[in-house]
Ligand binder design. Structure first.
Ligand code: PNS
Length: 165
């Protein structure tokens, strides 16, 4: 791809899901370089996993992809993207309600920085998969092995085993 070849894929990744990994794989095939940017403090709530854990899970899952790097950022995404000299933000869209919130976010980010957001349609088989749902199902005893990569499942099991019974 000419121009726009360094993309940033931002998120909380608390934790990384198969849906995220699918977007990472497909973006890495389109852009020359992909920075997965883990927000330090997600706005929604206190993360379950530390920044280091969230990044380590992504690094392990993306280890075979040479054009991917994992960074963290705090503050405005638009500032971070400009700071590292990236050309474009990439996001996944699962359902129409994602579009509604992503539209204003993408327009605000472009207004702040001049940087466009490009969207990949999530693979239909992951359209219902979100980190928050995965955590809820997991801690209520459900099987999430089909929705998260193996290193994430391992980290989740370790976290559950370390909790007081
Ligand atoms: O995985 P998430 O929680 O849906 O990711 C949300 C994220 C990190 C992409 C979003 O909260 C974000 O961009 N945060 C940085 C703060 C910011 O730039 N806010 C203004 C958005 S227009």
């Amino acid at each position: 791809m000419s121009g726009g070849s360094h993309a940033v894929y931002p998120g909380s990744f608390d934790p990384l899901t198969n849906g995220h990994l699918n977007v990472i794989r497909r973006s890495a095939a389109v852009f020359g370089r992909l920075t997965v940017a883990v927000v330090v403090n997600p706005q929604k709530r206190e993360p379950l996993f530390t920044l280091e854990e969230r990044q380590a899970m992504i690094r392990e899952c993306a280890a075979s992809m040479p054009n991917i790097e994992v960074m963290d950022f705090r503050g405005l995404l638009a500032d971070f993207v400009k700071e590292i000299g990236a050309d474009v933000i990439v996001k996944g869209l699962r359902v129409v309600s994602d579009f509604e919130s992503e539209l204003s976010t993408a327009l605000m980010n472009r207004s702040l920085s001049g940087i466009d957001t490009m969207f990949l349609m999530s693979d239909a088989k992951y359209s219902f998969v979100s980190s928050s749902l995965i955590k809820e199902v997991f801690f209520l005893g459900g099987d999430v092995s089909g929705y998260v990569p193996e290193p994430v499942l391992r980290t989740m099991n370790a976290r559950r085993n370390s909790l007081p019974r």
